[in-house]
Design a binder for this molecule. Structure first.
Ligand code: ZN
Length: 324
């Protein structure tokens, strides 16, 4: 099923206008660092990717999945604000009236965990990797600041966001046997983030990857401690027994989409290393209109921020946002 989101309308006009400006300016646009969204409007879509397993694709913001079982519901990620989490809960309620038992936070970015409080109220148990918990503890305040533009744009009150940390953490692997279904949480090291959790539904041959994979979408490299590990991780994911890849952003993907992202990141890494070796500043790299080949990939308008943060990594040896 697919439906148009009812509450988005107010910001639609400014989004479309902003998108047109971005289209004209392309890479030379300087995206603000405050999380304002300048993406084209695509209606929210909910797809049942396997029996009882649903994927919600929200192009402008972030994606979710939920699994409906006889014992209750497992939800992957909780959106960018409690108001968005209420909308997610309403979408879930169109598919089941069972209680939400588990919420997995795939990584510690606000657009994937700021809605946690709504599911806490519903009585859910929260699960995440131990490094995701640490990232939440250390960087929650910075995450809030990074999204000020989003709060302004949507009119959502930042004061409504409450940090709800995981109740259960895991190190390498956690297998849930839940309502006759099996869900495996896997950690193969950091990709986009310390703590990146892969949520694997082995019988359904579906993999949800919140941070590392997003179909046809530039990921933010501000957090990665190892771009090469990230590329290896994507190639490992592509080799898994999986038919459908659900990203934290972007639409439903296939193996080739995962491999495409691995190539894009490898090209970004190599291009940035070559530029830094020549002594180029972030502004000089940006002016050289780099990575043109990937200009139609979602989030390209944020290239100024990506170049800045990866330049920082290559010149200091540390990601802009790191665990102490
Ligand atoms: Zn995200």
């Amino acid at each position: 099923m697919a439906y148009r989101h009812s509450s988005w309308g107010r910001s639609l006009c400014c989004l479309v206008a902003a998108w047109m400006v971005v289209s004209l300016n392309r890479v030379l646009a300087q995206a603000p660092a405050d999380g304002e969204v300048r993406e084209k409007f695509v209606p929210i879509q909910v797809t049942e990717v396997a029996p009882g397993l649903y994927f919600q694709y929200h192009h402008q913001e972030s994606n979710n999945a939920w699994l409906v079982t006889d014992e209750g519901v497992l939800v992957v990620d909780s959106r960018q604000h409690p108001k968005r989490a209420e909308e997610l809960l309403a979408a879930i309620r169109k598919t089941t009236d069972k209680p939400v038992k588990y919420v997995i936070n795939t990584h510690a970015h606000g657009d994937h965990y700021f809605g946690n409080a709504v599911f806490k109220r519903e009585g859910a148990t929260f699960i995440a990797h131990r490094d995701t918990l640490r990232m939440m503890q250390v960087h929650h305040g910075a995450e809030m600041k990074r999204r000020v533009g989003y709060f302004k744009q949507t009119g959502f009150d930042p004061a409504d966001v409450r940090l709800v940390p995981p109740d259960i953490t895991f190190d390498d692997k956690l297998t849930l046997h839940f309502g006759g279904r099996v869900v495996e949480l896997l950690y193969v090291g950091p990709g986009q983030n310390p703590g990146d959790t892969l949520v694997y539904f082995p019988k359904e041959k579906v993999l949800f990857s919140g941070g590392p994979f997003s179909k046809n979408s530039w990921p933010n490299p501000m957090f990665t401690p190892s771009m090469s590990n990230w590329v290896v991780m994507l190639r490992k994911m592509a080799a898994m027994d999986v038919d459908r890849y659900l990203g934290g952003h972007g639409d439903i993907g296939a193996k080739q989409d995962v491999l495409n992202e691995a190539q894009m990141l490898a090209d970004f890494d190599a291009g940035m290393r070559a530029a830094v070796a020549k002594g180029m500043s972030p502004q000089e790299i940006l002016k050289s209109a780099p990575f043109e080949k990937y200009r139609d990939v979602r989030n390209y308008y944020r290239m100024n921020l990506f170049i800045n943060s990866y330049h920082h990594f290559l010149t200091t040896g540390k990601p802009q946002v790191a665990l102490p």
